[in-house]
Design a protein around this ligand. Structure first.
Ligand SMILES: [Ca+2]
Length: 323
């Protein structure tokens, strides 16, 4: 397994749990606040190209930073031939809300989820890349069919907009549809199925309020014509992090589940699903009590969970088997 650590380290962890030294060749990241090395994704052609994609907070001039994506060839001891293929523009001050997750679709398009850098109005501006889900190809170019390509004053990378801080993203293997999660402010964490060109509302519609207890200044309520309501919303924020679908195992008790990390509740959430509908919700790691940053299902059918602590852990959960 490859695991990223926020200060800018990537390590290998063996099936037996042996942790390697940091890999060489990781570029400098902006490791402050919520910034740092973020998601990892293997190239869809990894068996042939040994290419590893990663997202990170990239330092800019004058203390600014922005979410970026690079790829490199994964060698025996580290990364070689690092190439930066995406840079959020413009870079902004502040160390919050970088996102980010990476997800490839079956055509090899790369979706990059990002935050709005805790600068709310950016999420509604199509000439800025904050608060946007973007779609690029494997080399970082804009693929045909992006909804704002060719539109003046709009960034052609944008797939959907009006997002706050997208910390989870995964394709549902049953339907091929992309799901993403994002943090509300105080309340209003969301699940969305982002469609091209649609506006997901932040900060104009939200179920949350400011951390101060006051309303969000731009908010006009929780629904408005022309803006997409969340597919599912939590009135009290779990602080959603990474997500993974658990599917394709008919008869298994957890089949047709969506697993979600929770930072604020220090737990792993399992949603039972019927199609796209969420029919039940449970918490799986009450006894662990650590902030959960990410969750993945391994090829062995086990569930792997990363905790977000000074001494973070990789946990392995064996799902229950059919009686
Ligand atoms: Ca929303």
């Amino acid at each position: 397994m490859l695991v990223s650590e926020r200060p800018g380290r990537i390590r290998r962890i063996s099936r037996e749990g042996a942790v390697s030294e940091p890999l060489t060749g990781v570029p400098e990241v902006y490791a402050d606040g919520q910034g740092g090395l973020l998601d990892l994704a293997l190239s869809p052609g990894f068996a042939d190209d040994q290419r590893l994609y990663f997202s990170y907070a990239e330092p800019g001039e004058g203390g600014t930073a922005g979410t970026a994506v690079a790829y490199a060839t994964l060698g025996p001891s580290g990364l070689v031939d690092v190439r930066v293929i995406y840079q959020q523009q413009p870079k902004l001050q502040g160390s919050n809300h970088f996102g980010s997750r990476l997800a490839f679709d079956t055509q090899g398009h790369l979706f990059v989820s990002q935050g709005e850098r805790n600068d709310r109005p950016t999420a509604q501006r199509l000439d800025m890349l904050q608060g946007k889900l973007v779609r690029i190809d494997r080399e970082g170019k804009v693929p045909p069919g992006n909804p704002f390509a060719g539109q003046a004053d709009a960034r052609p990378e944008i797939w959907s907009y009006g997002h706050r801080n997208m910390q989870g993203m995964a394709f549902d293997p049953r339907t091929g549809r992309l799901w993403q999660s994002e943090h509300g402010p105080r309340g209003g964490d969301e699940l969305n199925l982002p469609q091209p060109g649609r506006n997901y509302g932040w900060p104009v519609i939200t179920h949350g309020i400011n951390y101060s207890g006051l309303r969000i200044p731009e908010a006009q309520g929780s629904a408005l014509a022309g803006m997409e309501a969340p597919h599912h919303v939590w009135e009290k924020s779990p602080g959603l992090s990474g997500m993974a679908f658990y599917t394709g195992r008919p008869g298994a008790p957890w089949n047709d589940s969506l697993l979600l990390g929770s930072l604020a509740e220090r737990n792993l959430i399992r949603l039972t699903m019927k199609g796209d509908e969420i029919t039940a919700e449970e918490r799986l790691l009450d006894e662990v009590g650590e902030r959960v940053r990410d969750v993945r299902v391994g090829p062995d059918g086990a569930v792997y969970v990363l905790t977000d602590e000074r001494d973070g852990k990789l946990l392995r959960i064996d799902p229950p088997v059919a009686p």
